[in-house]
Design a protein. Structure first.
Lengths: 267, 267
């Protein structure tokens, strides 16, 4: 069962709040993209934001990642432990550098923060191993398939060892089979050390498959429509999850919420 | 199995096609020379203006034996190389900076647009006036010719870089220098190489002109002095040598491009 959570500031199991958003507004010229969003995201939560296209969910993520400024309101990311970056972003579509090898792409974050050579070698080697890219380390992106390139994008974000991962529809450009495989791999590597994740998607299935908590956003202007917890335990198996009778129920429930918004967005 | 066999056939065909193309490219100038030789021997063409290739080769051997050819070739190449560095390096830096910074682009762009259409050969008298008849005036002429295509292409190259790469740099906290080194420069490199090739051609044109008017050495001077003594064969020797310099330069720059831009998909 999906349990809509009242208000936006409840946290699960008393974990510390990692991201606090208060009365966030964002305007682009005359366009009202985000209106009065307030949420707390607890440490270690896989937080998924789902909404119709153009609802401002990507804008919200870009604000968290410092790529856009707020019009009004506050966004607080808890201070990170010494030497670790606060966040890394995984972008929509192709975002790995075509002029760098797989290895250099994965090492980018560590290099930019001046990590020692030995640490870079060890960490990148380890993440390429975990994402199944070790054999492709010396190849350039144009020699890889779309699925492989998106793995490099994940490896680049994870290897940077951030406290928070911000992911903007990382699998939306992939075909169904690759998407399922990468969702499972993402869960596998994420479940190893449970960083706080904010994951944007337009796919209800993806939201239910991956998330601990889901925020449904309204169509433009983007507001919080519902917040709900996903009851599935971890570790999760992406395929078996779909057999669970609760899965269909939750997906159906979210669709009910989203349907009006999608229709509104089309008008 | 069949898929592998298929790609093998495709690969063999591509190699065969490439070999055929190369044969044609070598064959066409040789064919022209043979036709020219025959036409001259049979007096279809006026040998006072179009001496037979064999007599040009004879003149080439004589100028090579006296050292005249090599001395002039060496000095021309030296001017080309220094001019290339003097014009190309600042053009590269300015072009990329213009691509990154809007205010600098707004400031410099009109200056480049206004001076670019001036035929470079028409400012030779001014350059001779300023720098005199010494080496510097010739080097400066080459530098001016090389400057424009490299600067203009570097700016265009930076501007066409997909914005997502700059977002990636920003989100991984790349500083100004790191953004330049890891994103702007490699991202613009394919365009820059096109500028370098255009610049090399222009440099060659300008060095020949500058040496005809304002020098006592170099291939351009050799051609001019041959005209003054009406030794048509020596004139052709100069022209041949310039053609060969251009040809070798193109080959070298293509190799350089392949080495500098290994991520460019093979065509």
């Amino acid at each position: 069962m999906a349990h809509p959570v009242e208000g936006g500031n409840l946290t699960r199991g008393g974990a510390a709040v990692k991201i606090r958003i208060r009365n966030l507004h964002k305007h682009f010229g005359g366009l009202n993209a985000i209106e009065d969003v307030s949420i707390d995201i607890a440490e270690g939560t896989f937080f998924v934001i789902v909404g119709p296209s153009g609802c401002g969910k990507t804008t919200l993520l870009r604000i968290l990642g410092g790529l856009e400024q707020v019009t009004a309101g506050t966004v607080d990311l808890a201070a990170s432990a010494r030497g670790r970056p606060q966040f890394s972003m995984v972008f929509q579509g192709d975002s790995i550098f075509p002029w760098m090898t797989v290895w250099d792409n994965a090492a980018y974050g560590l290099k930019m923060r001046g990590a020692p050579r030995a640490e870079i070698d060890a960490t990148v080697g380890q993440w390429l191993e975990r994402t199944g890219l070790t054999r492709f380390a010396k190849l350039y992106p144009h020699q890889l398939s779309g699925g492989m390139r998106q793995r490099v994008s994940l490896a680049r974000a994870f290897a940077n060892d951030p406290e928070i991962l911000l992911m903007d529809e990382p699998f939306s450009a992939l075909d169904e089979q690759n998407k399922t495989i990468l969702q499972q791999e993402l869960l596998r590597i994420w479940e190893a050390d449970k960083k706080t994740v904010v994951f944007i998607t337009h796919s209800v299935d993806e939201a239910v498959t991956l998330g601990d908590r889901i925020m449904v956003m309204t169509a433009s202007p983007g507001r919080t429509k519902t917040l709900l917890d996903v009851p599935f335990e971890r570790p999760r198996n992406v395929l078996e999850l779909r057999h669970d009778p609760r899965y269909g129920e939750i997906v159906y429930g979210i669709w009910g919420q989203l349907k009006d918004e999608v229709e509104r967005a089309r008008v | 199995m069949s898929a592998i066999a298929m790609t093998d056939i495709g690969e063999t065909r591509r190699i065969a096609a490439r070999r055929r193309d190369r044969l044609i490219s070598v064959g066409s100038p040789i064919g022209l020379l043979v036709a020219w030789e025959l036409a001259a021997q049979l007096h279809f063409i006026d040998v006072r203006f179009f001496p037979a290739p064999s007599s040009i080769v004879r003149a080439l051997v004589i100028t090579a034996e006296t050292g005249e050819l090599l001395d002039n070739l060496a000095i021309s190449l030296e001017r080309l190389v220094f001019g290339f560095l003097l014009g190309g390096v600042p053009a590269l830096v300015l072009g990329i900076v213009m691509g990154i910074s809007r205010p600098i682009r707004a400031f410099v762009d009109p200056l480049i647009s206004a001076t670019y259409p001036i035929p470079k050969s028409s400012i030779l008298p001014l350059i001779l006036l300023i720098f005199g008849l010494g080496e510097m005036s010739k080097v400066v002429m080459v530098a001016i010719g090389v400057f424009y295509p490299i600067a203009i292409n570097a700016t265009a190259g930076v501007l066409q870089i997909n914005k997502v790469y700059l977002d990636v740099g920003k989100s991984f906290k790349a500083g100004r220098w790191e953004t330049f080194r890891t994103i702007a420069l490699p991202g613009a490199l394919p365009f820059i190489m096109t500028g370098v090739k255009l610049g090399a051609g222009l440099g060659l044109i300008l060095i020949a002109i500058a040496e005809m008017v304002g020098a006592k050495s170099g291939i351009g001077y050799m051609i001019w002095s041959a005209w003054e003594t009406f030794s048509v064969e020596r004139m052709y020797v100069g022209l041949f040598v310039i053609a060969i310099i251009g040809f070798v330069m193109t080959l070298g720059l293509n190799e350089l491009e392949r080495w500098l831009i290994p991520w460019k998909a093979e065509t």
